[in-house]
Design a protein around this ligand. Structure first.
Ligand SMILES: O=C(O)[C@H](O)[C@@H](O)[C@H](O)[C@H](O)COP(=O)(O)O
Length: 257
């Protein structure tokens, strides 16, 4: 049985090994993009999982392996809170990545959550369109996490944004959070050169199995929407998060570190 959307799986015994593997991949993509077109554009994921990745990238030896002045940072989604709020994905990245690496503000494209949700999304779409100019908006890398309910970015189950055909950012009211989020739409994510999920921990195993093996049902399993048109799709998993798909051995290749 093939896995949905034909991903490349990278499975390692522990989260630290997964993080090191993804950090290596990040560096490889960054240097390729900078060599090819002078800049590296990356949309960061939020939540807790990527915190250690950002800290790793900002530490030795990774910090010396990328010309950080040539990296431009966007957000795959943002909570509709001030940038000083502990819930803010911007604040997480600022503390763990931008500050330690002395990233200039001109390299950081944050969602303006001081605007109304709809206006913040509209402006973010404009920001992305302006950055890529007349070319099709195409991030070099989009980092994604996975919620235990199979959401990714802020593409939550049973929300209208799942049907959004537009290439840009949209506001979405998330019932279970009783809060607005601003998220990149699936069509925009799917234009990326590369998409990498970072998922670790036992609590994610069921969601990983649903997204990768269950019959397509994007309302229930929104992460199934992520299928880059011509880019690469990678899942970086630890053994706990991959436990359910491990049982399907033979249907995929795994890279144990
Ligand atoms: O803003 C966010 O919360 C994220 O972008 C979201 O999609 C996250 O990746 C998942 O909810 C997993 O979150 P954890 O890594 O905290 O489990």
């Amino acid at each position: 049985m093939a896995l949905n959307n034909n991903p490349q799986l990278h499975i390692y015994p522990t989260p630290d090994e997964v993080l090191a593997s993804l950090a290596d991949y990040f560096v490889e993509l960054a240097n390729q993009a900078i060599a090819t077109h002078g800049r590296f554009s990356v949309a960061l994921s939020g939540g807790n999982s990527p915190k250690k990745l950002y800290e790793l990238l900002a530490s030795s030896p990774y910090r010396s392996r990328v010309i950080w002045e040539k990296v431009d940072f966007f957000f795959g989604d943002e909570r509709y809170v001030p940038h000083t709020d502990p819930e803010s994905n911007y604040l997480l990245a600022k503390k763990t990545l931008f500050a330690p690496l002395h990233i200039a503000s001109a390299q950081v494209f944050a969602v303006d959550t001081a605007l109304s949700p709809a206006e913040a999304a509209r402006r973010y779409t404009q920001t992305i369109e302006h950055y890529f100019g007349s070319k099709k908006a195409r991030f070099d890398l989009v980092l994604l996490g996975l919620g235990d309910n199979s959401h990714t970015a802020s593409l939550f189950p049973h929300t209208t944004v799942l049907q959004e055909a537009g290439v840009g950012a949209k506001e979405v009211f998330v019932e279970e959070k009783q809060a607005y989020r601003i998220t990149l739409t699936a069509p925009l994510i799917n234009q990326a050169q590369a998409v990498a999920f970072l998922v670790y921990g036992t609590d994610k195993a069921a969601a990983v199995q649903r997204v990768l093996t269950k019959e397509r049902n994007v309302k229930e399993f929104p992460a199934q929407l992520i299928a880059p048109a011509s880019g690469e799709l990678h899942w970086f998993l630890d053994a706990d998060a991959a436990a359910e798909v491990q049982k399907l051995k033979g249907s995929w290749t795994s890279l144990f570190g």
